[in-house]
Design a protein around this ligand. Structure first.
Ligand SMILES: [Cu+2]
Length: 420
């Protein structure tokens, strides 16, 4: 009986919205009815489902919280140090559907959203709440979904979760089927990206990106973590564009076209507005000036941190450490992460200390922490490293105990996970 009542209440709002001038349009209001939660028309088996609660929220993001380069001691470029903070959106994890208690962030993930994880044979149910002023979604790579849980907006017939309007929520259901997990000759777990996908992939530039980890059940502990691994890290190599020339975070006033319960037409209108270039500047921007703006706005980051400001890459001597490596972005986003002091095995087949990444590449590299010390992890593309695409990782020696040893919380996304 709840739905007819909602429709009755929503119809006058919709009619007013599509017939009234822009200045008179109502502000987005919260919609708590969740049209998702099914997988090809059925509720997934609760015994095999891990439920996550994730909100997209505006944040002020600081690319350099320390205010300086703490690793290489390089002077910060003036255009960067004068503009450390930017408005971004982030996927933030909560403990339950009330969206009141946040799950503590893992500092090493930086701007990345929560790690969502499971084992082949399980389902992920992700209740998404849009606390921004623009339509957003969660689109997963690598898992199986029906049209409603695809989380991508395009024609024809976008699914119910294609564009979650401001204030609304939607529960995506993703199956971790056999094809989501590693092949027998791949490492025991693998990672996939998820990101918002309403207007275009530029929404990752807003900060809306995270990782899904899937473990092979034949090589998993009872809690679903890979049995042959002691510790995990996830790092995204991506150049964020803070020039204002691309997709930007919308404020409430400019997002008035996005109305909960709205038609596809109005959503498209809102989306077009989201994609529109910023307001015309007072003077004409030349091609050269535009190129300069873009160059000054580039933040060549690992997990949204630059110049050695990504914390928490710490491990203990002897540990088997799995790195999930990603890149995203545009034609400049070819990255070559390189570890000093150690060697890795890429994808279970190749020994190296440099891994090649292109936009939306997802790779696994396994590292044996056999060389204690404080070491550099950096992109080996010269320009990227010069502009801050590096971090420090630490291997604590075996004989160190107590506070100097890395904390025991070793696996990504384990806190706040609910199996029900
Ligand atoms: Cu790079």
């Amino acid at each position: 009986m709840k739905r007819p009542l909602l429709i009755t209440l929503a119809l006058p709002v919709w009619f007013f919205a599509v017939t009234s001038p822009a200045w008179a349009q109502p502000k987005p209001v919260a919609v708590t009815d969740d049209p998702g939660g099914t997988y090809f028309g059925r509720k997934p088996d609760p015994q095999k489902t891990r439920h996550y609660y994730v909100a997209a929220e505006p944040v002020t993001w600081d690319y350099i919280p320390a205010g300086k380069d703490e690793v290489c001691g390089l002077p910060l470029p003036p255009a960067v140090s004068a503009n450390r903070e930017n408005r971004k959106l982030r996927y933030v994890q909560y403990t339950d559907g009330t969206f009141t208690t946040k799950v503590a962030d893992n500092p090493s993930l930086g701007i990345l959203g929560p790690v969502l994880r499971g084992v082949v044979g399980e389902y992920l149910a992700v209740t998404f709440l849009n606390r921004s002023n623009q339509p957003l979604s969660m689109h997963p790579h690598g898992v199986k979904y029906d049209k409603d849980s695809e989380g991508a907006f395009y024609q024809p017939s976008p699914g119910k979760g294609a564009a979650v309007v401001p204030g609304a929520r939607f529960t995506y259901v993703w199956q971790l089927d056999e094809n989501s997990g590693p092949l027998p000759n791949e490492p025991s777990s693998k990672a996939w990206l998820y990101h918002s996908h309403v207007s275009n992939d530029g929404e990752t530039n807003l900060g809306l990106v995270g990782a899904i980890i899937v473990t092979d059940p034949r090589r998993a502990r009872p809690d679903g973590t890979p049995a042959d691994v002691d510790r995990e890290f996830a790092t995204l190599f991506m150049i964020f564009d803070e020039s204002g020339q691309g997709l930007t975070v919308q404020d409430a006033a400019s997002a008035s076209a996005a109305i909960p319960g709205d038609s596809v037409g109005n959503l498209l209108r809102a989306t077009a507005q989201t994609m529109a270039p910023p307001a015309a500047p007072a003077q004409k921007i030349t091609f050269e000036k535009n190129a300069e703006l873009v160059e000054q706005g580039q933040r060549m980051a690992i997990n949204g941190r630059i110049f050695g400001n990504l914390p928490g890459l710490e491990m203990n001597e002897g540990e088997r450490v799995r790195w999930y490596l990603f890149a995203l972005g545009s034609e400049q986003d070819f990255h070559t992460p390189h570890w000093h002091g150690v060697r890795v095995v890429e994808g279970g087949i190749r020994r190296t200390d440099v891994v090649e990444l292109l936009p939306a590449t997802m790779k696994v590299a396994d590292l044996l922490a056999d060389n204690p010390g404080s070491w550099l992890l950096h992109c080996h593309v010269d320009e990227h490293m010069t502009n801050g695409m590096f971090a420090r990782f630490v291997i604590y020696p075996r004989d160190v105990v107590g506070a100097d040893r890395s904390p025991p919380r070793a696996f990504l996304g384990m806190a706040g996970m609910q199996v029900r």
